[in-house]
Design a protein around this ligand. Sequence first.
Ligand SMILES: [Zn+2]
Ligand SMILES: [Zn+2]
Length: 378
Amino acid sequence: MALVSRRLRRPRAWPGAPRRAILAGVTREELLAAAEPRWRALRERRAELGGAVDMQRVLVTRGLDLGAALDRQPLPVAPRPAGALAARLAGGEPVGLDEGVEVDAALLGPYLLGFCDDLAAGGAGAPARHLREVLERGEIDVGSLLAASLGRRQAAIRTRAVHVGVSPDLTWVVAEMAVGPLACRLRQHVLAEADPDPERAAADAGSELAAALRSWGRGYCPACGSWPALAELGAGDPGDGDPGDRGADDRGADGAGDGDADRADAGRRLRCSFCGAGWPCAPGACIYCGAGGEGLLAAAGAGEAQRAELCRSCGGYLKCVAGGAPAPFELLPVIDLETSDLDAGAMERGYGRPSMREADAPAPPCPPAGEADNPPPG
Ligand SMILES: [Zn+2]
Ligand SMILES: [Zn+2]
């Protein structure tokens, strides 16, 4: 890492910033130990995913190493008044995770290149190697790329990638993996006042920010604005699933919450795989366009524990998995892979997931016709 020049000065920590290790109580080894039997079972159930499982093990491990490196540093964040954050949420805008944050490219850059190497070795081949070369040559500035990813500026990243001749999808994904662990820690910090952990939330249960978060109810992430990777059904637990908050075991599925609104919506919790946020969202309506009723179909997955919600109005789909406690942030990719048959089934039927909601897009961000990855059938 010493070979990498420091493009950005080391960010100053907010003096009062808590340095709560996200792995507090749950070690890297425990998380890997929790993932391993799931990877084994998935490989047994779907032999064709063997390569994807191997690749994910490498990527998740690197992500955990990155998280541990971040936990040794002060969080590069400036204070933000809770009232202003609450006002943003009330207006339908996510609080955003990049404001006042200096992304440490010297720390994250080597991981960004490492993810390129992992993908190149794991089957992405020449496009991943090419992306690495472009990053090393500075044709895409690493600091700018990471900052754009943290700000979820997908159009800007895609435009730059196309301009220099690398895969826009690959660039987006690699940057996301390198920034996600930071996003998770920033989200915990920024929304700390609205922390759903019952022990800590007691003092803040009546705060404006906590109330705004409880009544968010939108399809996109209140922290970063991403669409959720999936919904956890019947979690019955308003915790956000971070291992630092409640551990990798199933403790926490006790329904203890920080408000009645959470309890009312505990049946469906949306999860953001970029920043790890979890938020309640009432069932019965499409999370993308709000359509409900007969326009919303359910497609069963493998067993009763999985299904996809398909929206005939906008062509979007949402994966839903039954579960107890919210999954730790680091294991969300594992669930995503476990449920990849739902993606395949939905896409076969012509459904897709909308692209990233841009910050200046009107809310609710129903994808314009033709913008969903696949148009709705018929
Ligand atoms: Zn998020
Ligand atoms: Zn819809």
